[in-house]
Ligand binder design. Sequence first.
Ligand code: DAK
Length: 254
Amino acid sequence: MQSDTLHFERQDEKGIITLNRPDVLNALNNQFFTDLTGILDALEKDPVRIIIITGSGKAFAAGADIAEMAGMTRVQAREFSRHGQSVFQRLEDWEYPVIAAVNGYALGGGCELCMACDIRIASAVAKFGQPEAKLGLIPGFGATQRLVQHVGFGNALYMLTSGRNISAEEAQRMGLVQEITEPDQLMERAHKFAGEILTSGPEAVKKVKLVIRKSASSSLPAGYELESNQFGALFEEEGTEGMKAFLEKRKPAW
Ligand code: DAK
């Protein structure tokens, strides 16, 4: 599937989304959000068990499209922000894991996109940042909420008030990035990790994401209850097979 802003490819149980406006460092415009929605709609009907998102050229995404944003009124800007937030929320709520393979600049909306993914694997040359304040703006696609969850208040304010870019190593130290690879090994590593997830029980993977994501906006007791319910449900689903396979010293047949 090919659109003006994205390329989508299915590889067995994986779906690979490549941001594809390299001339403007994959800047995120309204069309991008519409195109991503189209891919998620299609995947809802015919799912894959993992999504990998990456960028073409030297950027993952260098932020919201400043050229498009510059002409917006207050009302249009609010709409643009709500549109982006809802699409990123949909990605975060996607039932299976989403890996960001961050190949280069992940700035502003690009950093927000990678934070809406579940796991971030970064090229050693990737740069992360929320430079909105340098433009006299604040983030509009979720960073004021998600960055705090990823790196804590101090680090979030450190990045958001200064607008400075941080290296992949700094991002990893802060907890934003899970793995760093050599640039030419990024996609190989993302596929390898996806392969590791694919050997886990599909229902267990779905449920652990569900419990973690839902609990982030609920109380601790509600989170524990959800965990117990989902844990229990697996005893009528693939958990039985997983435990049996372990005891019989064989691979589980999911
Ligand atoms: N938007 C549009 N075009 C961009 C862009 C962007 N974010 N980033 C780069 N480009 C374009 C450049 O203008 C240039 O186009 P041409 O001049 O070739 O026509 C081309 O991509 C290549 O960029 P450079 O020539 O600048 O490349 P360099 O390697 O020299 O520099 C850079 C790379 C990433 C350091 C630099 O491009 C840069 O600083 N880019 C802007 C980064 C940035 O400020 N990102 C944050 C964007 S603001 C909201 C909704 C959303 C948001 C906020 C509020 N509401 C509606 C309330 C989110 C905001 C953002 O994400």
